[in-house]
Design a protein. Sequence first.
Lengths: 315, 369, 372
Amino acid sequence: MDQGSRDQTQDNIAVRVDGLVRTFGDFIAVDHINLNVRAGEIFGFLGPNGAGKSTTIKMLCGLLMPTSGNGNVGGYDIITQSEEIKQNIGYMSQRFSLYDDLTVEENINFFSGIYSVPDNRKQARKEWVLNMAGLREDRSTPTRTLPGGFKQRLALGCAILHEPRILFLDEPTSGVDPISRRNFWDMISDMARSGTTVFVTTHYMDEADYCDRLALIYRGKIIADGTPAELRKDFMTRDVLEIEAEPLMTALDVLEKQGIEAAIFGSLLHAIVENASQAIPLIRSTLTGSNIVVHRVDKIVASLEDVFVTLIETS
Amino acid sequence: MKLLRIKAIAKKEIIQVRRDPLSLAMAFIMPVLLLVLFGYAITLDVNNLTTIVYDADRSSISRELIAELTSSGYFTIVRNAEREKEIDDYLDAGTARVAVSIPSDFSRVIRTEGVAQLQIIVDGSDSNTATIALGYLAALTEIANQRLAGARSALLIEPRVRVWYNPELKSRNFIIPGLIAVIMMVIAALLTSLTFAREWERGTMEQLIATPVQPSELVLGKLIPYFLIGFTDMVITVLMAVFLFEVPLKGNVFILGVVSSVFLFGALGLGIVISIVAKSQLVASQIAMVATFLPAFLLSGFMFAISNMPLPLQLFSRLIPARYFVSVLKGIFLKGNPIRLLVVDAIFLLIFAVIVVAVANKKLNKYIE
Amino acid sequence: MQISFERIRQMVIKEFIQVLRDKRMKAIVFVVPVLQTLVFGFAVTTDVSSIPTAVMDLDRSYESRELVRRFTASGYFLIKALPGSPAEVQEVLDRSEVTVVLQINRGFSSDLKRGIRTAVQVIADGTESNTATVALDYTTRIIQKYSLDIAGQSARTSARIDVRQRAWYNPELKSKNYNVPGVIAMVIMLTSLLLTSMAVVREREIGTMEQLMVTPLRPLELILGKTIPFALIGFFDMVLITALGVLIFSIPINGPLWLLPLSTAIYLLSVLGIGLFISTIAMTQQQALMASFLFYMPAILLSGFMFPIENMPILFQYLTYANPLRYFLVIIRGIFLKGNGFNILWPQLSALLILGAVVITLSSIRFRKRLS
């Protein structure tokens, strides 16, 4: 372990980012973000598509040069030491990026060679990945024919054959069925528990609770960060109401005209108020007074999606 | 540079190549196809010239002349015209390429020791054939003249002609050795020009550059399987050339193998550079056609003599590796040249290969943009 | 079975955007035909001139020098070396520095003066058999003429045949007039064929083909959407090359101009049809590229583009009847050089039309089947 990485682990910071900026022509994809990811934690990077998540993770992995700012991954500088970073991390790209025309086993062998897994560990690691991905019986199956969930796990496995300390996953659960998503997060938790730092990007808000800490990114800027509990606490002072009413859009208009923060959640409305018991009757009467049919108005526990939507609306 | 990683890349590439039997089959059919086309179908020899003859004289002398035309074997008379106008029709329609018109006073003038006019019209649109046709006709006329002049006109100066290396002037021997260069260039281009572009398009390239693998390892690892295919193609081509087409191989086979390998490396490297730079298979294929096949085919001296080209193109051809390889091939096959005479060309090929592989390394940076 | 022109239009636009979005592609569509025209116009010439020659004049007399002068004055020979011994002659031929060696031995002039028959050695490098054949022909003629001239007027007193020769359509017998119109055929074949086959297969490879299949898009619309852009590019190339040919190479256009786009359109039917066909057998772009090339090579070589069909073995001559390029070349050269009009070219046009219709119908049927 060289000087650089030892300092980092003394602080316990695995990934540090300082004022990172990346522009593409006139478009600012990543706008002065700062991050600190502690070793061994699962760090979630949440945001809608196009917010800058992928761009950020690619800069951290040494795939893109930042326009300005700097960062450290595992003690190595992302601008000047990208090769060292690549030797010490695992990366799973958005498209899973396995070789479709190779079998499961051939893909594992390939990445084993690429990551220079030592000979005496090769077989053990291969069996471990096959086991983890549930593909022990399918090692000779062409990757092309695997269902999405298995491809995802195989891709994850291939990214950690060399047991890296830090793992970067770019939208690993995109387009995968919910059950597979759950299983996947179980695997990630296991990894974190054994000391691996996991940096994950996702646009699924409900996955936020699997993370130790989060950063919410919108339009290239970080609009909030902290643990899921901390983020919710910010809004504990305020209550969230769930409203079922028709017509939905008119109801939204009416509420907004009254100065009430509200947003559409599926086929329902969520409204953020100071005090639920006071607000509920007020809202009922306002809506009914405008000839809107109100089915129910309930107080609910704030989800991170609520937090996020609010933050976006106010930014 | 780690051997382990190169092996991993090469192994993966080999697996992928094996799983695409269609491409592999085409890679082996290609040289055979080209050899058959160039060995059997294509010939630069000109004969069977479609001719229309208008004999207004119809004398024994004119008929003798026409008979000589036919017996030369070069001209095939498709029509004995009844009216002069037919010449226009036949040439316009392309039914005849040559027209010979004998005026009505032909035999009379000859008999009175005068100078008789023989009208010859050729279809100039195919200038090569036309030039050769005119040459044949001029030669035939000279022979006729000598006969008319009798023994008195035995030539004072007799040209004694010897043809070296390819005594029967077989165009096959001329074309096939150089063809090997074209074949290898084409195979190299077709196989390697898409390889990196394909990985970019499929997204696997992005995954690769996030790993510790080095550009040089990627380039070498990918070169290996295609080198094996290209070399096999070369062996097939040489075997067919020697045993099927009976092209002489007077020089050293081992040297042939070595120089071919160097050339192959350079050609494959060029394909790889195109593949790295293009990032899209569509673009790569177009660039490959223009940058590899066309120069090898047109400017290497394989078929069209460089000395005939305008000076700027002659100079440009010095940048084309195929030019040097064609020279070596002709030297080894037909002239049996020793190393001493091949070494300069071989060094150029080596320099090209080194430069190209270096460029590939440099251009393959491990960044997305 | 309603065909929606709007959907076709959208597909064509999308295809254009995709293909031309890449700056390099835009350049290629323009540069490739230009490069090919220039190279074919300038480089590909079977006209023989400046044949590298070596002269070993051991006689060094007035007569020997005069003979050599005639060689250079003809314009066909370019003296590159003056070897002094047989060993040097060997070297110069082994190195391929010259194609012809002229060797005049001592005693040449004295023999001539005494009216004794003398010989001149001519050695040709047979590896360049094409050049060598022509070179030998010229050599013989120059020597013969010199021979006659020296013999004086005596040969003229008897009857002789004088040849008046003319070359029609291309009076100066310039190769470029023959080659450049043919380049139109070649470039269209290369570009449109390759682009069509690869563009279709690319969708299959990337996976967007499935996407398209789920839409209301009909197979015929897909076919049209995929082929029309490349037909347009083919037309563009035709105009570009014609302009280059006329402006830079002074190629004449003696025939009716309107026949050019018409025949190009008919030719494109075949080219695009073949591109479509290839797209039904290729699963990857790699396969499409190789298959296109496998078709392209014989098509070019067996078309009469550089090598006259009449000189090929009969079997191959029959094969050329199935080659659209064969007919198109006759048409193109007919229009440019011979001033041929519809009245003369209708057999080729019909053949091309029938061939094109058959090819594109069969390919479309196969394409449709593959989609479902």
